[in-house]
Design a protein around this ligand. Structure first.
Ligand SMILES: CN(C)C(=N)NCCC[C@H](N)C(=O)O
Length: 276
């Protein structure tokens, strides 16, 4: 039987062109400063992603890249926005620290009221570690975001925050190991081995119908994906996810962000969602 096609809803995203993207330091296992980056290719791949969002009817806002911040293309890490309220980021590594200020300045300069924007007390790497479902905010910890940031997010957004322990350094942010497929229905896909046994049990309890990603698809960063409720944009190398997504009524859209993978990020990392 053919699945019922899903319905997409228009989204607003914040992205930052990789004009100064390079790998000169290593703060995750994907980053190897001895491997050269093809900057024109990185830009072309990023532009494909931006244009794809626009062709699907979504709005893309742009953040000005800073030559001193080569990881700024990974805009998802700069803040978390839920119901128009912005929890800024505080980065774990000094190399990325100033990105947080650029994000806060962007929100303040683009119509967000001062009291809707919080500069956080505790380390959190934005949507790298916070994922928003219909009922909860799922929050990663173990490598980057502090567990204390989970309480801070719960207090600020007034939504239950579920802490999840990441245990594999390749999956150092929650959005490398888990993706929200339908944020109106609490539907996710994830790779269980990236989580501690206790967190795996929590995920199984909360999401018994989740799509489970294999080790191969997770290693292709296939979970670093963005869904608008119908289209799921994901790294094209995660071939094993396409059919299971189609069986659920989603339309997988494979993207090649191979150059940005050298920084340890893909589709989701480049995309911060501005939730109204
Ligand atoms: C976890 N992902 C996939 C992201 N949301 N961001 C990618 C950040 C990459 C950057 N070099 C770093 O290590 O911080």
């Amino acid at each position: 039987m053919r699945p019922t096609p899903r319905t997409s809803s228009p989204r607003r995203y914040l992205m930052c062109p990789p004009a100064h993207f390079t790998v000169t330091y290593s703060i995750n296992p994907w980053m190897d400063p001895t491997k050269p980056v093809d900057l024109p290719l990185a830009l072309a791949q990023w532009e494909d992603l931006r244009d794809r969002y626009r062709s699907l009817g979504h709005t893309v806002e742009l953040l000005e890249p800073d030559p001193a911040l080569p990881d700024m293309v990974f805009a998802a890490n700069g803040a978390t926005v839920v119901e128009g309220r912005v929890l800024g980021a505080r980065f774990a590594h000094p190399e990325r620290a100033r990105e947080a200020d650029a994000h806060v300045a962007w929100f303040r300069g683009n119509g967000w009221a001062d009291d809707a924007v919080r500069v956080p007390e505790h380390v959190n790497e934005g949507e790298g570690d916070f994922a928003v479902t219909a009922s909860w905010i799922l929050a990663g910890r173990g490598f980057r975001s502090s567990p204390l940031s989970h309480d801070e997010a719960q207090e600020f957004f007034g939504r239950p925050v579920i802490g999840l322990e990441l245990v594999d350094p390749r999956y150092y942010h929650l959005d490398t190991a888990l993706c929200v497929l339908d944020d109106a229905r609490d539907e996710i896909m994830y790779h269980p081995d990236a989580f501690s046994p206790g967190s795996r049990a929590v995920l199984a309890r909360l999401f018994p119908d989740a799509l489970i990603a294999t080790a191969e698809d997770a290693a292709a960063l296939g979970l670093n994906a963005v869904s608008d409720g119908r289209h799921v944009l994901l790294p094209q190398a995660a071939v094993g996810l396409f059919e299971p997504l189609r069986r659920r009524g989603f339309e997988p859209v494979g993207m090649d962000l191979g150059e940005l993978l050298k920084g340890g990020g893909s589709v989701k990392c480049c995309t911060q969602e501005l939730r109204p």
